[in-house]
Design a protein around this ligand. Structure first.
Ligand code: CAA
Length: 258
């Protein structure tokens, strides 16, 4: 299906979702958030897709929620629409791995969208920030929560209170992004990582994602117990037998997601 604000391409088991509102630096308006959730859910349900890459343009991953759309909204309107709840909560329900490939600005809701993905690969031009305070509001899709978990209180407070931007080098140092690559190489690197994930057992990849995410929702003891139980449960899969047999027989595994 054709979308108005995003472009979706599926190739070699990877769904590439590109935010496409160049005139607004990919600001997240309600159409874009609705279309993005639809595309993510469709990719999650599509048997041909094994990994998802979310990206923007060279200049902006996304410059935040659409300020022009929000500016005149009242508390009642924002509250009734439950603004951004569908995106913030919905993206967590996507079970396939999602990589954010970030170039240029990832600000406000853009930074939050990238952080809601499973990991971020950044170009050396990337700039992350939660500048909502300059607009008289605060972050609304996880900028006070996911950023704090990613980079710790000091940097999160700094960014949420001063609104300053973090460049790619600082973001990598702080643990916000997993890799930084030259801008020209960003898509090659992100699609390469997605390809690597697509070669694994999807059953196992989903389980790994679930286990890592569990660490944000539980005590260490509960998380370790969860991990051990799902580790044990994977021995009920054909892919565990295949993966270990392939290692012993010195060949590539042929996973069947079973
Ligand atoms: N919403 C709506 N339009 C936006 C936008 C946004 N978040 N960010 C940029 N645009 C628009 C600009 O208004 C401009 O449109 P016009 O040409 O029609 O004037 C166009 O995109 C290009 O932007 P600039 O001319 O400003 O580009 P620049 O290179 O000079 O600056 C920038 C780039 C530093 C990213 C600057 O655009 C900027 O500061 N944007 C806003 C960033 C921001 O405050 N984000 C937080 C939004 S609130 C939020 O996200 C809440 C939440 O957590 C849910």
């Amino acid at each position: 299906m054709a979308f108005e604000t995003i472009i979706v391409e599926i190739e070699d088991h990877v769904a590439l979702i590109k935010l496409n509102r160049p005139d607004a630096l990919n600001a997240l308006n309600q159409t874009l958030t609705r279309e993005l959730m639809q595309a993510l859910e469709e990719a999650d349900a599509n048997d041909k897709v094994r990994c998802i890459v979310l990206t923007g343009s060279e200049k902006a991953f996304a410059a935040g929620a659409d300020i022009k759309e929000m500016a005149s909204m009242s508390f009642a309107e924002v509250n009734t629409a439950n603004l951004f709840a569908a995106l913030g909560d919905g993206i967590q329900q996507i079970r396939k791995p999602v990589i954010a490939a970030v170039s240029g600005y990832a600000l406000g809701g853009g930074c939050e969208l990238a952080m809601a993905c499973d990991f971020i690969i950044a170009s050396d031009t990337a700039k992350f920030g939660q500048p909502e305070i300059n607009l008289g509001v605060i972050a609304g899709i996880g900028g006070s929560q996911r950023l704090t978990r990613a980079v710790g209180k000091a940097k999160s407070m700094d960014m949420n209170l001063t609104g300053r931007f973090m460049d790619a080098e600082e973001a990598e140092r702080a643990g916000l992004v997993s890799r930084v690559v030259p801008a020209k190489k960003l898509m090659e690197e992100a699609l390469g990582a997605a390809q690597k994930i697509a070669e694994k057992s999807l059953l196992t990849a989903r389980t790994a994602k679930e286990a890592v995410n569990r660490s944000f929702e539980s005590t260490l003891a509960e998380g370790l117990l969860f991990e051990r139980r799902v580790f044990h449960s994977l021995f009920a899969t054909e892919d565990q037998k295949e993966g270990m047999a392939a290692f012993i027989e010195k060949r590539q595994p042929q996973f069947r997601d079973k």
